[in-house]
Design a protein around this ligand. Structure first.
Ligand code: FEO
Length: 160
């Protein structure tokens, strides 16, 4: 299940790079930056799980990463897809935590706590941006301001 989770994180990274390219095409560089940073975070998640499997004495198995959606109807729709996707990832981490408990694997359960908290934060962030985008509606000046705000985001590995 942890190997499958690595694959889900890598797929998430693919999906967010795909969204990054969608926003680059629209010249919304701040939104593109937001999704590039998202993609980097997902690679960090995959690597964290990768190392954990090794440290716990498991066998790492890399799998093919599926092709993500390559086009989106609108800025709002890209964020709706993101929220739906993050909810499915949260469900997947919850399932992992449940399985760890059922196998009396408390070390893995402890390892998963970081991801459970991270998912709450990710969903809250996307929910917040969705609410802002709904407020913005067709107001291009407001969209421009949000684009400028999102251009400031950068990737900092947690714990650094
Ligand atoms: Fe690694 Fe966005 O969940």
């Amino acid at each position: 299940m942890l190997n499958e989770q690595i694959n889900k994180e890598l797929f998430s990274s693919h999906l967010y790079l795909s969204m990054c390219s969608y926003f680059l095409e629209k010249e919304l560089d701040g939104f593109a930056n937001f999704f590039r940073v998202q993609a980097q975070e997902e690679l960090f998640h995959a690597n964290k799980q990768f190392d954990y499997i090794h440290h716990a004495g498991g066998k790492i198995t890399m799998m093919a990463v599926a092709q993500p959606q390559t086009d989106f109807d609108s800025t709002l729709q890209a964020f709706e897809v993101t929220l739906k996707h993050e909810r499915s990832v949260s469900q997947s981490i919850n399932d992992l935590a449940k399985q760890a408990i059922s196998e009396d694997d408390y070390a893995t359960h402890a390892f998963l706590q970081w991801f459970l908290t991270e998912q709450v934060e990710e969903e809250a962030l996307v929910n917040n941006l969705l609410a802002k985008l709904r407020m913005i509606g067709d107001n291009t000046s407001a969209l421009y301001l949000l684009n400028t705000e999102l251009a400031q985001r950068s990737f900092t590995p947690p714990g650094k």
